[in-house]
Design a protein around this ligand. Structure first.
Ligand SMILES: Cc1cc2nc3c(=O)[nH]c(=O)nc-3n(C[C@H](O)[C@H](O)[C@H](O)COP(=O)(O)O)c2cc1C
Length: 346
């Protein structure tokens, strides 16, 4: 899938969804929906040559889990507003495409139903206002078969019109979130916002679950270093799809610094604005092991269910293979070693 095709997908989703749902998903910190993708477009490549016959390879592993390509599904809330089966459908797509799905804290689907679809999955957690519930939820995810915990460390407070906030949606899918807590636990939590995590929470989550912890939402080399020193097995460079802070650097601008700080000791992945195979090539060339795709998958789910999401993922993987060949390298690791990509202009 190209960026233009994904834009058509977005327009199909817009036509199908209530405006408040579409606007919630599209929302960014400063209203510029394409800012992150534009920054990926601005990456410049130095294509290599004279490397003989090339056989592009996109299969890899993420924290030891094999995947057919490095394009993973980002954890996103409110997926039942895109499709009544939400993450069940999303996980079916991941299984069909040979990749991994991130499952949001705010899923409306029980872990077991997601796990049944056969795709590897990572559980994304916020630090809930009631700390004991954070550990309980993560333990439940581990028991249900999650392969890692994604600890989101950025706090977003989107400024959207009140009717666009999920708590105010007339159809109420937001009230079905946190499906993996009991009704009593949800009542105890109430509407209190998540807390800002500290370094100790990384080891705590690892010890409670026995799973590797990946810290999601890092934009600085020093923070990545502190996270890895505190026990993180990986970090995700992310602006939460440009939803965090107006005026923030883009994910691609932070990637090189983070890879330099921790790339030798931890797996670095990236998301925000990844919209075509060339963007994935840029991420791999800058040292990422994998990328997460957010809104394009949400739109594909709304437009065409699991088949649409699988088509999106397969299409991006095909484009990545082609982009590798056009760049004159066979793998992401070769792209990185060849210093194929350069970020300019921030
Ligand atoms: C509608 C929506 C809901 C999201 N929900 C979550 C969430 O529950 N937890 C989380 O860590 N990130 C969440 N994210 C952020 C995504 O995981 C990811 O970082 C972002 O969507 C990537 O950018 P992209 O949409 O441009 O691909 C959400 C993003 C969107 C658009």
């Amino acid at each position: 899938m190209t960026r233009a095709e994904i834009e058509r997908l977005r327009e199909r989703a817009r036509a199908l969804l209530p405006a408040h749902v579409f606007d919630y998903v599209a929302a960014t910190a400063d209203g510029s929906s394409e800012a992150e993708a534009d920054r990926w477009d601005a990456v410049r490549f130095r294509p290599a040559a004279l490397r003989g016959e090339l056989d592009a390879q996109v299969a890899t592993t993420v924290l030891g889990t094999p995947v057919d390509h490095p394009i993973l599904l980002a954890p996103m809330a409110q997926q039942v507003a895109a499709h009544p089966d939400g993450e069940i459908e999303m996980a079916r797509a991941a299984a069909a495409s040979g990749t991994l799905i991130g499952v949001s804290t705010n899923t409306a689907i029980p872990f077991a139903r997601i796990a049944e679809q056969g795709a590897p999955w990572w559980f994304q957690t916020y630090l809930l206002a009631e700390p004991a519930l954070t550990w309980a939820l993560a333990e439940r995810a581990a028991e249900a078969g999650a392969a890692a915990i994604l600890l989101t460390v950025e706090l977003t407070a989107l400024r959207v019109e009140p009717h666009v906030e999920p708590v105010n949606w007339p159809e109420g899918p937001a009230r079905a979130r946190l499906a993996n807590l009991t009704a009593d636990e949800r009542a105890l939590l109430g509407d209190r916002p998540a807390r800002n995590p500290g370094l100790d929470d990384i080891a705590r989550l690892r010890d409670v679950t026995g799973l590797p912890v990946v810290v999601k939402g890092v934009l600085r080399g020093d923070d990545a270093r502190r996270a890895v020193d505190a026990g993180a097995a990986g970090v995700v460079v992310s602006t939460h799809g440009h939803r965090r802070l107006a005026g923030s650097i883009s994910a691609v601008d932070a990637l090189g610094e983070v890879v330099e700080a921790v790339g030798a000791d931890a797996e670095v992945s990236v998301d925000s604005g990844i919209r075509d195979g060339r963007h994935v090539l840029a991420a791999l060339a800058l040292g990422a092991r994998a990328v997460f795709v957010g809104r394009p998958a949400w739109w594909a789910l709304a437009a065409d269910g699991a088949d649409g999401v699988a088509r999106l993922l397969d299409g991006m993987a095909d484009e990545l293979r082609l982009a590798l060949l056009q760049a004159g390298v066979a793998t992401g690791a070769e792209a990185s070693a060849a210093r194929l990509a350069r970020v300019t202009g921030w």
